[in-house]
Each structure stands twice: as C-alpha cells, then as structure tokens.
Design a protein around this ligand. Structure first.
Ligand SMILES: Cc1cc2nc3c(=O)[nH]c(=O)nc-3n(C[C@H](O)[C@H](O)[C@H](O)COP(=O)(O)O)c2cc1C
Length: 387
C-alpha cells in the first residue's frame, strides 16, 4: 500500500501535477470538516471551513488554467539589477520556482553563456584538482517542484568521488547564479528534485556515464508572477528562514562561542556573514559552519606571565569552514555556495585572501581543543599577509 502511494506521488511529481493536487487534498479535507460541522449543527464553523475550501478550489483552478495550461497574459521582462551592490544582489537572490513561458533573449543567453565558459575554463582557480563543468540544456526537464523552467545548467563532476570537486561545483555555479541575478534572471538550484536519467538523456553526447556524475542542475529564466499557491506557501513558510549568524559563525572549535560580527576585528567583514547566512542550500538545511581564528601579534611577557594583547593587536588570521552533516553531495555544494558569496563579499570590501586545506597540525586544533566527528572540517580561507 505504502509503495503504491509512493508511486502515485512520484508519478504526480514528475508529471507536474503534484503542486496542484496538494491544495485540492486540503480543500477536500476542509470540505469534509465543513460537512461534519453542518451535521452537528455548528453552522458558523461549517461556513468558515466551506469558504476556505471553496477558496482553495478556486485558487487551484486559477493556477491550473494559468500555469499548467498556460492561459495567461504575456508578462514583461524583468529589469536588470546593474545598479545594485554585490551584497544587495546576493540578498535579492531567491529560488525562483515559476518561470515565464519564454526562452532567454539571444543577448541574455550569450552573456550568461560567456560567464559559464569563463568559469568552465578557470580550472586553475579551483579548490579540488579535478575538472568540473556546466552544460547547457534547452528543454523542459522534469523537475520538482519548479514550474515552467525550460533552460538549465547541469553541474558535472568526475564520476570518481572527490569532495573538493563537489565544493567547486557549488562555488563556481553560484558565481554564475550571482551574475544571472545581476541580469535580473530567476534561478533555482535543483538537486533532489531533478530526474538524473532524463537529464543524462537530454545531454546526449555531452555526458559520458563512465566518467561523469551529474551533481545538480540550475534552472534559469525569467521569473513569472504566476506561481502555484502551494509553492508560494512553501517559499514563505519554509524557505525564507535562516539560522542566526550566531549559530553559524564561531570563535572556538567547540562551536560554543558565537562570533559577534559587530565587534572588532570581525566587523571588518561587514555583510559577508549575512550573505553566507542567506546562501541557498538543499532543503534549506544550512549545513555550513565557520570558525574565525585570531592571531595575537604582540603578546608581552613580564615576570614569566603572558599579558594579553590590546584589541588593536589581535589580528584575524583565517576562517575555517566546516559542514555539519556527513552528506557527500549537498553539504559540500552548500559549502561551495558560501565560498562564492564570501569571496564576492571580500572582493567588494577589498579584503584579500585565499582558500587552503590545512592539516590538524596547521590549524593547531589539538592545542585549542579537539572537535567531535561533526562538524567536518573542509577548507580554510586565509587572509593574505598584506592585509
Ligand atoms: C544543492 C541544492 C539543491 C537544491 N535542490 C532543490 C530542489 O530539488 N528543488 C527545489 O525546489 N529547490 C531546491 N533547492 C533550493 C533550496 O530549497 C533553497 O535554496 C532553500 O530553500 C532556500 O531558499 P532560497 O534559495 O529562496 O533562499 C536546492 C538548493 C541547493 C543549494
């Protein structure tokens, strides 16, 4: 029975009907309650539930007509966001789950493809050692729960698993997403909601099943106002929430002392913390954590005692990045997305640094207190000396 229901759900999901069926199920439930209250003679309550039920049916009918059957007016193209600064752009980005029924304009397509080509060719600027790439697909792939998407970038890493390559996918694709946001385009990362076999089919010769692994896709296009009711609710209730910065950034390896981003020397990084906090992650799971590591430059020694340095003498040395789950794909992708946002933010502030994978010894973890198995250390961002 359970398998039967699961199969029905999958069928509805990948034929693009589940988004509309769910509110209908709720509407039928409310209709039942209205009937029950009617029988029990609680007429006022019965009317309330009946009204909600009718509303839900009406909204769903409107959604099916305008979105599923595409009977709707042509929408205008969104405006570009060249006037926004890097931080506002990163904060503006939100997953777009409904796209207009049109392809990218040739000028938008070539601008974006140039960015992808640039990213594809930057194999020297990677954390891992393996090449990754993004392929373009021009076809309405079956994805969940996004509607109307017709164009995608597919992120491909080597079939032989390398965690760093998965981080690179996140980091590089997020840079494409950032540029797309600047162009006024809508984007949505899709991992669990993508059907890998249909993607491979669409890729044809661009995909080698012996060597390649599809990590995720990114839908790209013009955002539509017509969004299924279910997705609107999902976006505002589930997705537009984030953990506070104090639960993401720390100053100790036990992840107990939250970093205060308003206090020196951390305040120098301004909104970098915020744009990481609002970075996308699969199921909004927010699995990345960070530890800021300071260096005390001018410790004075008197009579054998160490006198703590003054605030001005405490320099930030690096940020160690961790993932809070053992997920092999979506956590490292989310980490890479943080990296992109972190780098874009630092670049905007003129702060220079580089990524480095450090050993426990290099990080002096043993002297500062060993962490448990989780979170897992991945990569550090080390401030360049000249800073
Ligand atoms: C690697 C990855 C995979 C994702 N997979 C899906 C997906 O399959 N379907 C979907 O609708 N959203 C997907 N998302 C989008 C997240 O649900 C979204 O980023 C998160 O809920 C936060 O919302 P926001 O992007 O609007 O800030 C994915 C995001 C990432 C980073």
């Amino acid at each position: 029975m359970l398998n039967y229901l699961k199969n029905i759900k999958l069928r509805l999901q990948f034929t693009g009907w589940l988004q509309y069926i769910l509110p209908v199920v709720v509407a039928i439930f409310f209709l039942g309650i209205a009937g029950l209250f009617g029988v029990l003679n609680f007429l006022n309550l019965s009317y309330v539930f009946l009204t909600i039920s009718v509303l839900l049916f009406t909204i769903t009918l409107f959604d099916i007509t305008t979105i599923k059957f595409n009977i709707r007016p042509t929408e205008s193209l969104p405006r570009r966001r060249d006037d926004m600064d890097a931080f506002d752009l990163m904060r503006t980005r939100r997953s777009c789950r409904s796209f207009q029924n049109r392809k990218l304009k040739p000028s938008d397509y070539s601008e974006l493809l140039n960015v992808v080509r640039e990213v594809n060719h930057q194999n020297n600027n990677k954390i891992g050692h393996n090449p990754i790439r993004f392929e373009y697909i021009n076809a309405p792939l079956t994805v969940w729960p996004v509607v109307g998407a017709q164009e995608f970038f597919v992120a491909i890493a080597p079939k032989n698993y390398s965690r760093q390559s998965i981080v690179d996918v996140g980091r590089n694709l997020q840079k494409v997403v950032h540029h797309a946001t600047k162009m006024g385009l809508g984007t949505c990362w899709i991992g669990p909601g993508a059907d890998q076999s249909s993607i491979a089919q669409h890729l044809g010769d661009q995909f080698n099943s012996e060597k390649d692994h599809i990590v995720c896709v990114c839908a790209i296009g013009y955002k539509s106002w017509f969004t299924p009711f279910f997705l609107r609710i999902m976006a505002s209730v589930v997705q537009h929430r984030r953990l506070p910065i104090s639960s993401l950034f720390f100053t100790d390896y036990q992840f107990k002392k939250p970093l205060d981003e308003k206090v020196a020397p951390f305040d120098r990084f301004g909104r970098c913390y915020e744009v990481c906090q609002w970075a996308p992650s699969s199921f909004n799971s927010q699995t990345t954590r960070c530890v800021a590591v300071k260096e005390i430059t001018n410790e004075e020694h008197r009579n054998g005692n160490t006198i703590p340095a003054k605030k001005s003498e405490i320099k930030l040395k690096r940020f160690d990045f961790y993932t809070s789950t053992k997920s092999r794909f979506y956590s490292p992708v989310a980490l890479g997305i943080w990296f992109a946002n972190w780098e874009i933010g630092c670049e905007a502030l003129g702060i220079k640094g580089h990524f480095e994978i450090l050993s426990e010894n290099d990080r002096s973890v043993s002297t500062m207190g060993k962490v448990s198995e989780l979170p897992i250390y991945d990569v550090s961002w080390v401030l360049d000396e000249a800073n």
